[in-house]
Design a protein around this ligand. Structure first.
Ligand SMILES: [Zn+2]
Length: 442
């Protein structure tokens, strides 16, 4: 069972050629795998939880389709498997000549993705939770010698997502996927601003691939929290499409904006790693998404067309001052990283004037595009709450002041151009952050 939207995305995807999303598709998984990857041998890589959820049925389906398997590699169910390079080595050692199938969610998928890439081997994934959009992506975030790095690998050749399996997954995993998909709302708005300013034009096909399914996918939060399998179709498809769009685009812009930088920074600070289960990617992204939706509300409340752009461009801080500020905001290697990233998008004087002129000149039309893309912060917050996702800073162990302090850090953290940069360049950044915390959100 493959929808038109998925078929269209597969046609543009670089690595992934087969996807099956639907109720009961696990029983057909062997046939899909045989059609795209041959009859094996295969090795299923799981943990005790995901093996219990679908291991035997996957193996039976493979045998039924005439595929051979070698004994599965099953990691312990507790503590939660960690995305460390050691575990990747364990998979590589177990693989032999077999084609690996990741049976699990984010971490297992990332580990198998990296192991297969390093062994120049194709692989497949049978997803067991609607927890993130990385199933169909090429990146594998990994801890290596205590540092977080995203290794660029290849995406799976085949992705199988049985809605009955993912609906039965623990609720915190579904909540994470819901948060990760909600990020496409402010993330898309950031791409609109990068498009208007000529920094990163929108690819219309890729845009439609990601954005067309977001609203329906987020429309039934309570049914998702209740584990209603039919309600998962939109969410799972939306997450798969997001990953495929990143493949087609060759980067993460279609699926992430400044909201993800809040999450990355909290991840670097090891927020919630000691919890059981550890704080999820989507849990952090949900709070970043609310922060950015609120920031957009503050931006849209301003008459940007009335700003004296020449004066704003002339008032731009010189680079030396910005670099000094970055070095007081971050420590050590992260400061060097942020200096490099921010320098790449820094502009002043005539260059800055030219960049922002279309935005200011066409502001009513730009504001309409942004309003069509965004949802009210209160509304998104309520949807996240109904989905069982994090909806307030304290849900992820932060105070509003912690989130507030992350705004400038999120701006400096990556070269990607977002609403944070627009506001900063227009000289209204601090005012908008103030509005977020006094008027709009918390
Ligand atoms: Zn994400």
């Amino acid at each position: 069972m493959t929808s038109q939207a998925l078929l269209g995305a597969l046609a543009r995807a670089v690595d992934t050629s087969g996807a099956a999303v639907g109720r009961g598709v696990l029983a057909e998984s062997g046939r899909h795998l045989a059609a795209h990857l041959g009859t094996g041998p295969y090795i299923v890589v799981a943990d005790q939880n995901t093996w219990a959820a679908a291991g035997e049925r996957l193996t039976f389906s493979l045998e039924d389709a005439g595929c051979t398997t070698i004994p599965p590699l099953i990691f312990p169910g507790r503590p939660t498997l960690y995305a460390s390079y050691d575990n990747c080595e364990v998979i590589k050692a177990a693989m032999g000549a077999a084609t690996p199938i990741a049976l699990g969610a984010g971490t297992l998928n990332d580990l198998v993705k990296l192991a297969a890439f390093e062994m120049t081997r194709d692989y497949a994934v049978v997803g067991t939770a609607a927890s993130m959009d990385g199933y169909t992506g090429a990146g594998a975030p990994m801890s290596e010698k205590g540092v977080k790095v995203t290794r660029n690998c290849k995406a799976p050749v085949v992705v199988i997502m049985d809605l009955d399996v993912v609906a039965a997954a623990p609720g915190f995993l579904t909540a994470s996927g819901y948060g990760d998909l909600a990020a496409k709302i402010p993330g898309g708005a950031d791409w609109i601003l990068a498009d208007v300013t000529g920094i990163e034009p929108i690819d219309e096909d890729v845009w439609a691939m990601v954005q067309s399914g977001v609203a329906p996918a987020l429309s039934r939060p309570a049914a998702l929290a209740a584990g209603d399998a039919d309600a998962f179709e939109g969410l799972v498809e939306g997450l798969c499409l997001s990953g495929l769009a990143m493949q087609a685009y060759g980067g993460t812009r279609p699926a992430s904006g400044a909201e993800h930088y809040f999450s990355h920074l909290w991840e670097l600070a090891h927020l919630g790693v000691d919890l059981d289960p550890p704080l999820s990617h989507g849990g952090k992204v949900a709070i970043g998404s609310l922060a950015m939706c609120a920031f957009y509300e503050a931006l849209l409340a301003r008459d940007i067309a009335a700003i004296d752009l020449r004066a704003a461009a002339d008032a731009r801080q010189p680079w030396d001052e910005i670099e000094a500020d970055i070095r007081t905001t971050f420590d050590g290697a992260l400061a060097d990283h942020a200096v490099r990233e921010t320098k790449a998008k820094y502009a002043s004087g005539n260059e800055l004037y030219a960049r922002l002129k279309p935005l200011v000149d066409q502001w009513p039309a730009v504001a309409d595009r942004l309003r069509a893309q965004l949802v009210a912060t209160d509304e998104l917050s309520e949807q996240l709450r109904l989905a069982g996702a994090s909806a307030r800073p304290e849900d992820i162990g932060l105070t509003p002041d912690d989130v507030r302090a992350t705004f400038p850090r999120a701006m400096y953290y990556r070269s990607r151009y977002t609403a944070l940069d627009v506001a900063w360049e227009l000289g209204i950044f601090d005012d908008l952050v103030e509005d977020v915390f006094t008027r709009i959100w918390i």
